[in-house]
Design a protein around this ligand. Structure first.
Ligand code: FAD
Length: 491
């Protein structure tokens, strides 16, 4: 029977195991697998802690539903009833501008305005900045098809102010990255496509809006589809989570996995099997930890952060090891603070999902999510929960501060930006050292090269957030594609 070893028990490794199992069941071709995780629990960066009445996320607090693979996984797990939409009646996001929280005007799709009036009336961008953004309608598309940085792309199409006030703080929030180095093709390829297709981002958004309107009209005019058609019939907000937090996703996968799961075991080496042995397996995976042993296997899926795989394959594929090690990472931390609602409400109404901060404001935090407004079920009616982000591009040193210093810093920033002086009743810090892979310009070409290098060791596959998307839906898609590839190779 074909055996597959998956290294890493984050969402990428878990989804790989789940879709391998599903594929085996669907096709009737039996396989066995071992998922190896160095820590004592599954989930990787997905960590939810329930402390008193607070549901606190250490890593991701949601996933985007516009990319279908996250929702698809939920459907395949049979857990769509657990999905939680954002509280969209309070869907305001703010940007700190000259020390004041200014609402993001309605109708923005990432950095692109799709509604004229809210955009024209918003104080977020100066009149000159708005005129510059409008020039997007007339600037011809770039002919050069090579990758460019997000900053160059945005400056070219929408101007410096749009980059500073919208692009940079949003990217700092999502990718904790420097937009001057971040690859547009690895992060927002759809914008490049829209530019090429429509010649203008604003025009493209108008077309998309019109198409959506027409689709809605058609749906309204047609007979409702049967819920048994395999598709999700319920509508979800742009971001979704679970009632019990993101760890519900991990538990749901874990419950359904029937293969071997080896926790507290670190993979130290992957190498070809010594041909004098007669196991019939082509690869060996050496583990240390709770159970030090060598697994004889047919295929290995690397689903751990690229950099951590450097020592694991250095002796077998040194060029690939170096390429994996060359992917840059930044460090971040999240600081969650829970308050009594009555202590906060006189100081701030928390009417929104939170705010992001442009670098030009020179603050110490990147962003703050008003978690208990963004999602219900994050605490009870008597409390509120806020989560601030520190670190990332150029500010990684802050992650190394002591817990006490980080809490003081977060509270000071919340005082300066929101006027909050109340004392939190609960505080929790999660540090993510080298936790955020940086997709620098040219990243996708380098990934393609790495995949070719991996192919030199038949049976070796790369997946996970280091390669083709850091978001949970991207990791799920990567896992799905890897399973398809394995199946093709088996055939
Ligand atoms: C603070 C924060 C907020 C985020 N917010 C969001 C969000 O809101 N939405 C979203 O979609 N994404 C978000 N992300 C990104 C997303 O959470 C991650 O990209 C994704 O969870 C990574 O999954 P992964 O499986 O690739 O890697 P990981 O989760 O890092 O898992 C890799 C696993 O491999 C294990 N491992 C490493 N080396 C070895 C070894 N030698 N042997 C065995 N095991 C090993 C590790 O212990 C780990 O468990 C966020 C990330 C962070 C840090």
């Amino acid at each position: 029977m074909t055996h597959i070893t998956i290294i890493g028990g984050g969402i990428a490794g878990l989804a790989t195991a789940f879709y391998l199992q599903k594929k085996a069941n669907d096709t009737g071709r039996p396989i066995s697998y071992t998922l190896v995780e160095q820590s004592g629990c599954l989930g990787g960066k997905i960590i939810t802690e329930t402390v008193d009445n607070f549901t606190i996320e250490g890593g991701p607090d949601s996933f985007i539903t516009q990319k279908p693979w996250g929702l698809r996984l939920c459907r395949d797990l049979g857990m769509t009833d657990r999905l939680l939409s954002t509280n969209d009646t309070q869907r305001n996001v703010y940007v700190l501008r000259s020390g004041r929280l200014v609402p993001f005007p309605a109708g923005y799709r990432l950095a692109i305005p799709t509604q004229f009036l809210p955009f024209a009336l918003s104080p977020l961008i100066s009149p000159l900045g708005k005129i510059r953004m409008g020039l997007d309608l007339f600037i011809p598309p770039r002919m050069d098809k090579t990758d460019e940085s997000l900053a160059d792309f945005m400056r070219r199409r929408l101007g410096q102010e749009a980059l500073d006030m919208i692009g940079e703080p949003l990217m700092a929030g999502i990718y904790t990255a420097d937009p001057e180095r971040l690859s547009i093709q690895s992060t927002f390829p759809m914008f490049v496509g829209l530019e090429q297709k429509h010649g203008s981002l604003i025009k493209a958004m108008q077309v998309a809006k019109w198409n959506m309107y027409r689709k809605k009209q058609q749906v309204n005019g047609s007979t409702p589809q049967s819920p048994q058609n395999g598709k999700l019939t319920r509508k979800f907000s742009i971001f979704a989570s679970f009632q019990g937090g993101m760890s519900e996703l991990v538990s749901a996968i874990e419950t359904q996995l029937t293969g071997e799961i080896q926790l507290n075991s670190r993979v130290t080496t992957i190498r070809p099997t010594n041909s004098s042995e007669s196991t019939g397996k082509r690869l060996e995976v050496v583990l240390t930890g709770d159970e030090s042993r060598t697994i004889q296997t047919d295929n290995v899926v690397l689903a751990a952060p690229a950099r951590t795989m450097f020592p694991v394959i250095q002796s077998t594929l040194p060029t690939l090891a170096t390429a994996l090690n060359d992917i840059r990472y930044t460090s971040t931390a999240t600081i969650s603070l829970g308050y009594r609602r009555q202590d906060i409400i006189s100081q701030h109404d928390l009417n929104g999902f939170g705010f992001v901060i442009p670098k030009s404001e020179q603050r110490h935090i990147l962003a703050c999510t008003w978690s208990s407004t963004k999602f219900h079920h994050r605490t009870d009616d008597e409390h509120v929960l806020l989560r601030t982000f520190v670190g990332g591009n150029g500010r990684e040193h802050l992650v190394g501060l002591s817990d006490e210093a980080l809490i003081t810093l977060a509270r000071m920033e919340l005082f300066i930006t929101m006027g909050i002086t109340a004392t939190p009743v609960i505080q929790r810090i999660f540090r993510w050292n080298n936790g955020a892979p940086q997709y620098d310009v040219g990243h996708l070409n380098r990934v393609a090269d790495m995949e070719q290098m991996a192919a030199q060791l038949p049976g070796l596959y790369l997946t996970g957030s280091s390669f083709r998307g850091i978001g949970i839906p991207d990791c799920v898609k990567g896992a799905f594609d890897t399973v398809e590839q394995i199946w093709q190779d088996l055939a």
